[in-house]
Design a binder for this molecule. Sequence first.
Ligand code: PGA
Length: 251
Amino acid sequence: MPDRVPVLAANWKMHKTIEETERFLAEFLPRAPGSGPEVIVCPPFPSLKAAVEHCAQSGVRVAAQNMHEEPEGAFTGEVSAPMLLEIGVDGVIVGHSERRQHFGESDEALARKVPAALRAGLEPILCVGENESQRDSDETEGILTRQIEADLADVPDDRLADVVIAYEPIWAIGTGRTASPDQAQEAIALIRARIESRSAEAAAAVRILYGGSVKPGNASELITQPDVDGALVGGASLDAGDFAAIVEAAA
Ligand code: PGA
């Protein structure tokens, strides 16, 4: 089985101006590891360029929180992969549950976005996860299977391992109610099995993260689960010291 390099990604959502981004990075970068885990910050669009410039001499990479699948066109309010690449962005979060819930991001759109990001040379971080009532009614497996199959349908088997997948149970996002290490492991193993049904090689190599109320105090027990390859961190990633502590827990 190939060694999977852990990924720790900071999803800032709609937080941090350029000035706040620079202040965060001035505190965080000296604590970021020079090697080891892949560390990614995901600021809002206006702060991306400043983040790229500040991270240039570090191993820390920068990703956006959304993109449109077309390179250009009449899509008011949207941003394309070439625009992100031009400013030095490395990756992009797609399918976050907040975008699915509040902005109507569909599996059909994701089926176009994920391969478009890969073709353009961006590392997609694809989020999947069930809500509370789906978990309570034992639909988790079906939901994850449907999302993984639909969202990755047009990604060729030999590129599946270039996608980073984040399992983010909606009931754990921003609620302080973290999935237990067993729940995270079980869901992530299930996602890996879905990938394995297409390619054993990709399943062994693909990084699958856990996200949902990850904090310095619980990061280590989640990340050390056998199938959990890191974390996508929201609230706790807004504080440079907390995010540094989470990265250290994985290193
Ligand atoms: P949270 O968010 O860590 O604040 O729960 C995670 C996410 O939405 O990516």
